[in-house]
Design a protein around this ligand. Structure first.
Ligand SMILES: NC(=O)C1=CN([C@@H]2O[C@H](COP(=O)(O)OP(=O)(O)OC[C@H]3O[C@@H](n4cnc5c(N)ncnc54)[C@H](O)[C@@H]3O)[C@@H](O)[C@H]2O)C=CC1
Ligand SMILES: O=C([O-])CC(=O)C(=O)O
Length: 326
C-alpha cells in the first residue's frame, strides 16, 4: 500500500462535495491503490452539516480513507496538502452569468491562495471549481507567489464532457468514439467549444455535421448548458460537476489517454497568442503528473475570433478584481 496523500476539499458540505468526497475516498480520483486523507474546509455555520458528511464517510468504511480533518480554518485545511479542490463558493441562480459571482466569491480565493502558499506542499495540484472558476484560479495563483503558477488550474472539463456527449449523440456514436475536441477560454458563455480537430470514430467531426448545426446548436448548447441545468433542476450542476473534477484531477495525476487530449483552464504561456498569465482553457495532455498545452492546432478565422472574444472577457474579469491581485 502507498503512503496516504492529503486532499483538501473546500465547500465540503455543499452539493458538489456531496458527490465528490465519496468518489475521492473510493479511489476514483487517484487510483485504487492510493490512500487519502480528506481535509475538509467549510464556513463556521456549516460545520455541523460537515460533521454529518464526515459521519457518512465513516459509515462507508472505505478501505482507502486514511483520515479526515473537518475545519473552518484555511490554514488547517491546506496544511501539507498535496491536492486541493476549491469548490466552496456561492453558485449562481436563474438569470445570472457566472461572472456576476465575482464580487461574492473573489475574496474567498485570495485568502485561500495565501493559505496554500504558506501551508501546502510546494508541489500541490490545485483545481478551482467555484465560479467564476478561471478568474478565481487567477486570484488564488497570484496570492501564492512561492508556488509555480502552473499548479493552479480551473475546471472546464464539465464543458468538455458536455461537448463530447452532444457530438456523440448527434452522430449516433458513443463517447469512446469522440477524440480531440477543445474548450478554449473561459468557463462562461463566451467559451469556445471547437470541433475542428475532433474525430468521431476516426472521421473528421466537422465533415459529419452541418456548419449551421455547429454554429447555431452545438456551440450555444454547450455554452448555455449550466444555465439549462439550473432552469430544469432549480440548482446548479452538482454530480456532473463533481464527476468532471474527478476526471480533471485523475488525468492530471495519472495521465491522459494516448491519442487524445483534454481541456483544462491553465496558466497561459502565450500559446496561440493568448495573453501570458491568464488562466485560459487549452487542449492539454498530461504525463508524469504534469500537463502541457498541445501545440500546432490549426486555427481558422472563425475559431480565432471566438478565442479572442473569450480572452477579452477574461481580461475584463481580471481587471475587475485588480485589488485582489498582488
Ligand atoms: N467550474 C465548473 O464547471 C462548475 C462550477 N460550479 C461552481 O461550484 C461552486 C459550488 O457549487 P455548489 O457545491 O453547488 O454550491 P453549494 O452552495 O451547494 O456549496 C458551496 C459550499 O461552499 C461553502 N463555502 C462558502 N464560502 C466558503 C469558504 N470561504 N470556505 C469554505 N467553504 C465555503 C458553503 O458553506 C457551501 O456549503 C459554485 O460557485 C458553482 O457555481 C458549479 C458547477 C460547475
Ligand atoms: O452554470 C453554473 O452556474 C454552474 C456551472 O458552472 C456549470 O454548470 O457549468
Amino acid at each position: 500500500m502507498k503512503a496516504p496523500v492529503r486532499v483538501t476539499v473546500t465547500g465540503a458540505a455543499g452539493q458538489i462535495s456531496y458527490s465528490l468526497l465519496f468518489r475521492i475516498a473510493a479511489g476514483e480520483m487517484l487510483g485504487k491503490d492510493q490512500p487519502v486523507i480528506l481535509q475538509m474546509l467549510e464556513i463556521t455555520p456549516a460545520l455541523e452539516a460537515l460533521k454529518g458528511v464526515a459521519m457518512e464517510l465513516d459509515d462507508c468504511a472505505f478501505p482507502l480513507l486514511a483520515g479526515m480533518v473537518c475545519t473552518d480554518d484555511a490554514n488547517v485545511a491546506f496544511k501539507d496538502t498535496d491536492y486541493a479542490l476549491l469548490v466552496g463558493a456561492r453558485p449562481r441562480g436563474p438569470g445570472m452569468e457566472r461572472k456576476d459571482l465575482l464580487e461574492a466569491n473573489a475574496a474567498i480565493f485570495s485568502v485561500q491562495g495565501k493559505a496554500i502558499n504558506d501551508h501546502a506542499n510546494k508541489n500541490i495540484k490545485v483545481l478551482v471549481v467555484g465560479n467564476p472558476a478561471n478568474t478565481n484560479a487567477l486570484i488564488a495563483q497570484r496570492n501564492a507567489p512561492d508556488i509555480d503558477p502552473r499548479q493552479f488550474t480551473a475546471m472546464t472539463r464539465l464543458d468538455h464532457n458536455r461537448a463530447q456527449t452532444q457530438i456523440a449523440q448527434k452522430t449516433g456514436k458513443t463517447i469512446n468514439d469522440v477524440k480531440k475536441l477543445t474548450i478554449w477560454g473561459n468557463h462562461s458563455s463566451t467559451q469556445y467549444p471547437d470541433l475542428h480537430q475532433a474525430t468521431v470514430d476516426g472521421a473528421d467531426a466537422m465533415g459529419l455535421i452541418e456548419q449551421s448545426w455547429y454554429e447555431n446548436e452545438f456551440i450555444p448548447v454547450v455554452q448555455q448548458r449550466g444555465a439549462a441545468i439550473i432552469k430544469a433542476r432549480g440548482a446548479s450542476s452538482a454530480a456532473s460537476a463533481a464527476n468532471a473534477a474527478i476526471f480533471h484531477m485523475r488525468d492530471w495525476a495519472l495521465g491522459t489517454t494516448e491519442g487524445d487530449w483534454v481541456s483544462m483552464g491553465v496558466y497561459s504561456d502565450g500559446s496561440y497568442g493568448i495573453e501570458k498569465g491568464l488562466i485560459y482553457s487549452f487542449p492539454c495532455v498530461c504525463k508524469n503528473g504534469d500537463w502541457e498545452i498541445v501545440q500546432g492546432v490549426s486555427i481558422n478565422e472563425f475559431s480565432k475570433a471566438k478565442m479572442l472574444a473569450t480572452e477579452k472577457e477574461l481580461q475584463e474579469e481580471r481587471d475587475a478584481v485588480k485589488a485582489l491581485l498582488p
